[in-house]
Write a protein that binds this ligand. Structure first.
Ligand SMILES: [Zn+2]
Length: 225
């Protein structure tokens, strides 16, 4: 028998800390936001517990409209029906909230990306995970066929490549493309190194990721480790 009481108590204790500290600091913001939100940015990130966009971008309530899923993937536009949670969130962000920017953020050590690589090795993971991570299949095949990459490089290369695939898929949504072409919406990619706490930004022209300079003294040292 699993004892759930401790887990619930951890949540309740965290809520009490929130009320005593961050909520008190942001009380006015919450009050102002009670009737609606106007975030300028949508973030599409992984469900992974270690890569929390609100923490990484030090965001206040109301700043980031966020959807998180396995491997931070965006499926291509599909009007054949079905239950499309990511597509619904993108639609709301772009057509109702009129966000100015969508950031797709992958991360190091992504289990969803590992599942995509496992599927290519005939080891599909899960009833729902395996078909979901097939969204990244063409990026994965490009990684596997790249002669300059060793197998040890595949995971991170696909974490980067999947961000590019999701950005390309975003552009298949007619309302995304038209907002982009009107100059009202920008699309960006990023990748977060969990072990180093370091953000890497995607160059839209080359698809390469480069470290974002930070101002804390640990950053340079950590990235040399
Ligand atoms: Zn992940």
């Amino acid at each position: 028998m699993v004892d759930f009481a401790d887990d619930a108590q951890d949540l309740i204790a965290g809520y009490r800390r929130f009320r005593a500290s961050r909520y008190r600091e942001a009380k006015d913001i919450f009050h102002r936001l009670r009737d609606g939100q106007q975030p300028a940015t949508m973030i599409i990130a992984c469900a992974d517990s270690r890569a929390d966009p609100a923490m990484i971008f030090d965001a206040a309530p109301g700043e980031l409209f966020t959807i998180r899923n396995v491997a931070a993937l965006v499926p291509p536009y599909d009007n054949s029906g079905g239950l499309h949670g990511v597509s619904a969130a993108v639609e709301f962000a772009v057509t109702a909230l009129r966000v100015k920017q969508i950031l797709v953020m992958g991360h190091g050590g992504c289990g969803g990306i590992a599942a995509s690589l496992a599927a290519a090795a005939d080891r599909p993971v899960g009833q729902f995970i395996a078909p979901w991570v097939e969204i990244a299949s063409s990026a994965r095949d490009a990684v596997l066929k790249n002669p300059s990459l060793q197998p040890k490089d595949w995971q991170e290369a696909l974490e980067h490549g999947a961000v590019g695939q999701s950005l390309a898929n975003l552009m298949t949504f007619p309302f995304v493309r038209s907002a982009y072409e009107r100059g009202e919406l920008n699309l960006d990619g990023a990748w977060f190194s969990i072990g180093k706490g370091a953000l890497h930004w995607r160059n839209p022209d080359t698809g390469a990721f480069s470290l974002v300079a930070a101002e804390d003294p640990d950053t340079d040292r950590d990235n040399k480790l």
